[in-house]
Design a binder for this molecule. Structure first.
Ligand code: IPD
Ligand code: CA
Length: 563
């Protein structure tokens, strides 16, 4: 997840440890400087659901590791990225120092921070279903509990049969076992002789023995998708992240642990402590203090402008699609089945604002044109051409065929194209020279060359001439009412060609990049290459897009005096 999505934050929800008022006040004032809503809760207090769902929320946790772990329980299931401000003394999780709060928020809300994903572990039995960011701990019953005829339990020892994906790993005898995440590798697992995972966001689980009787037994790392099964031979205790109440697990219970579906999203800014700095200062790894940082890799920057732009455009399209989708869902529930003009306007301007904010924070000197008006007048050769909601008529009627379309254009050529359909979740994207994709799958057009075998799409067709001419000849002529989607469907082989009597650059720029990269063809009605004319939207620009093989046959079948 890219940090640029944080530029669209609407609300900040803070969870704070007792005695941290001063730090919370400075967070509140930094948030107020950005004109955003702010609400704070004491750790353990119930958060009203409406504060935390709907809209783009940034979480903040102020405190030490205990507060952090409670905040993970609130934020992670709701996929809310959060920043941790360290007022605790120990730990590797709380990463931002309180003295850089205004600068930290400038960076985060400017979309320049990063978001790291932290795998969580999920433990399930018939009675338990919990998730932890650090570890699931299995250990013997309390060492002071006396059970008649059992020395083993008196000493807190236990035996655990462990399987991975059904394969028997072995019987662990000793004080127990941890199943820890990479993030948890610097917690309990570290003090039990486990290795540290760097960086903290890889996708594995580690089985760490606790004071086992067999010196040959070592931590075992398995894929996060593996299912780890632990079966105790006697009653044991189970705890999640150390801080929650322990549970008694009876003998012979099958306990499974896997990687959880939802990770925790942690926000890091350039003011956050790096993991190596934390290890150095907290574990005393620094044999020699090294202040010269020139040996470090430079911070990730735009090495390849188009690849970076594509990532930014995808992030922006998905972020903009979120409120559009929320409004669309309200339409479906309304009595009239139509959306009010006010809501359509809100959806369009919200989408435009999100895209502009994300794109301009990544590329401040680029021009941004949205449906014909200049949102940002930049310098240099790059222009972003955006349609905040293409297929507005569909949107109004609760029809799912609408998109967010974003293109980057250089010298009249779309070099990056992203078309996102918020209802179906299809994300079409292309970078000049790198092929075209639907989500992660490469796409290509069909190779049909005969009109009578083809499915055609018609866009704006004021006289109905295209429909008249091809309806009987082709296998079908469809009209979805969304030019950007039409182009993507031709690019992906869901139709063979697409006709528009007139087009505007923002309707077609993103789709054209995707179509061309997929291997399709695009011309005007006279067969000349389709030209995007950003400065001249007054002249009619017809468009025939196709799989390429069908193009000639279609042009030949056009009326002699043109459409
Ligand atoms: C329209 C749609 C439609 C196309 C029109 C566009 P809008 O865009 O893409 O399919 O035929 O030319 O103006 O108004 O829904 O954003
Ligand atoms: Ca449009």
């Amino acid at each position: 997840m890219r940090g640029s999505r944080l530029a669209t934050t609407e609300r900040v929800v803070c969870i704070a440890a007792p005695g941290t008022d001063e730090v919370v006040d400075s967070v509140a004032s930094a948030v107020a400087d950005h004109g955003l809503a702010f609400v704070t809760y004491d750790v353990g207090e119930t958060i009203e659901e409406y504060r935390i769902t709907g809209g783009d929320v940034l979480g903040v946790v102020v405190g030490g590791d205990g507060t952090f772990l409670r905040a993970v329980e609130e934020f992670a299931p709701r996929e809310i990225p959060f920043l941790s401000i360290d007022t605790g003394t120990l730990g590797f999780l709380t990463v931002t120092a309180p003295d850089a709060i205004p600068e930290t928020f400038d960076e985060i809300l400017g979309g320049e921070a990063t978001i790291t994903e932290h795998l969580q572990a999920r433990v399930v039995t018939d009675d338990i279903d919990e998730t932890g960011i650090n570890e699931i701990q299995f250990d013997g019953p309390d060492r002071f509990t006396h059970r008649p005829n059992s020395n083993r339990e008196e000493t807190g020892q236990c035996e655990l049969e462990v399987f991975v994906d059904g394969e028997y790993v072995g019987r662990y005898e000793g004080e127990g076992v941890l199943v820890n995440t990479p993030t948890g590798s610097t917690a309990m697992a570290l003090s039990s002789g486990g290795p540290i995972h760097f960086p903290g966001d890889n996708e594995t689980l580690q089985i760490t023995p606790l004071h086992t009787h067999n010196a040959g037994v070592r931590p075992l790392v398995v894929d996060a998708e593996s299912e780890i099964t632990v079966v105790p031979t006697g009653e044991i205790r189970l705890s999640v992240d150390g801080s929650r109440p322990e549970r008694a697990v009876p003998a012979e219970t099958r306990v499974t642990v896997t990687g959880a579906e939802t990770p925790a999203y942690l926000v890091r800014s350039s003011f956050s402590e790096t993991m190596m700095d934390a290890l150095t200062s907290k574990l005393g790894w620094n044999v020699e203090q090294r202040t010269d940082t020139s040996h470090r890799e430079p911070a990730a920057g735009p090495t390849d402008l188009l690849t970076t732009a594509s990532g930014v455009a995808r992030e922006a399209a998905i972020a903009a699609g979120r409120p559009a989708r929320r409004i669309y869902d309200r339409i479906e529930r309304s009595d009239s089945g139509l959306v009010s003009e006010e809501l359509v306007g809100a959806a369009i301007s919200r989408s435009e604002r999100i895209i502009t904010s994300i794109v301009s924070s990544a590329f401040p000197d680029h021009t941004i044109l949205s449906e014909g008006w200049t949102v940002n007048a930049g310098s240099g050769p790059y222009t972003w051409v955006i349609d905040p909601i293409d297929g507005t008529g569909n949107f109004v009627h609760g029809n799912p065929n609408f998109t967010v379309a974003i293109a980057l254009v250089r010298a009249g050529t779309p070099v990056v194209g992203v078309v996102y359909s918020p209802v179906t979740g299809e994300l079409f994207h292309a970078v000049q020279g790198n092929g075209a994709y639907r989500n992660e799958t490469p796409i290509e057009p069909t190779d049909r060359a005969r009109i009578d075998e083809s499915m055609l799409l018609s866009g704006y067709d004021p006289t109905g001439e295209f429909l008249k001419r091809f309806y009987r000849r082709a296998r079908g002529v469809r009209r979805l009412g969304c030019a950007s989607l039409h182009l993507c469907y031709v690019a992906a082989g869901s139709a063979d060609a697409h006709w528009e009597y007139d087009t505007y650059p923002w309707d077609v720029a993103a789709g054209l990049c995707i179509l061309r990269e997929a291997g399709g063809e695009s011309t005007h009605a006279d067969g000349s290459d389709y030209q995007l004319r950003l400065e001249d939207t007054g002249t009619r620009a017809s468009l025939l897009s196709s799989n390429g093989s069908l193009h000639g046959a279609l042009l030949e079948a056009f009326p002699e005096d043109g459409f």
